[in-house]
Design a protein. Structure first.
Lengths: 113, 113
């Protein structure tokens, strides 16, 4: 079993829908949780960064972390075709990249116009 | 440049050959990371440099892989005796320090025939 599990999709939803993406993990030492967006043939770019349990909101994006269940989520409201991309969750024990981020496989999201 | 620059963007080589991949980080970023992303997978950590020294090389898969950063800026990932299983996108990232946000380049796509 991999340390981080993420459904690869594809997940296809109509424009304007609320999108829910999630990851589960097994390493209870993870303290820092990130969501990256990766367009085709591009590098990942950081969307959301959360420390420990709780919620964080940034515009149309909300990240949730439930450490007791080892479960993290990313919600996208009012989804747009430009949100079509692969979304990667990532985690680390000490923050930043010093101990190496552990990524999920990524979920391929398609927003239909 | 404004972002992390990686060259070449594409490299096709034959099994057994030697390959070098170059990364030019964002100016002023002291931390530099190499990740490998196989098809349909998330990035996997390879090595982390703080300044000129490799602070963590625990992700390098075997002794055919080696990376250097002699002057604390540009880094080169070197792969000897390439194998077909080395085919992947090699991503470089940099950050202001070990706790900072990672900025990824677009990657070098390596294909070993």
């Amino acid at each position: 079993q991999k340390e981080v599990e993420q459904d690869p999709g594809p997940l296809s939803v109509p424009e304007g829908a609320i999108v829910s993406l999630n990851c589960t993990y097994s390493n209870s030492a993870f303290q820092y949780f990130m969501w990256y967006r990766q367009y085709s043939r591009k590098g990942p770019e950081l969307l959301m960064y959360t420390y420990s349990s709780g919620n964080k909101e940034d515009g149309r994006f909300t990240a949730q972390v439930d450490k007791s269940s080892k479960y993290i989520s990313l919600f996208i409201r009012d989804s747009q075709p430009s949100d079509s991309a692969t979304y990667l969750c990532a985690m680390s024990e000490s923050g930043g990249g010093a101990d190496g981020l552990t990524f999920g496989k990524g979920t391929h999201l398609i927003i239909q116009p | 440049g404004a972002g992390v620059s990686q060259t070449p963007s594409n490299k096709v080589t034959e099994k057994g050959k030697y390959v070098e991949l170059r990364c030019d980080p964002i100016s002023g970023h002291t931390a530099l990371y190499w990740y490998r992303q196989s098809l349909g997978q998330g990035p996997e950590f390879l090595i982390y440099f703080q300044g000129t020294g490799a602070a963590d090389d625990s992700g390098l898969p075997n002794d055919r892989f080696f990376a250097v950063r002699p002057e604390g800026s540009v880094s080169t990932l070197k792969i000897q005796r390439t194998e077909r299983g080395d085919s992947a996108v090699y991503l470089c990232a940099s950050s202001l320090g070990p706790a900072g946000e990672l900025f990824f380049g677009e990657g070098s796509r390596l294909t070993v025939l």
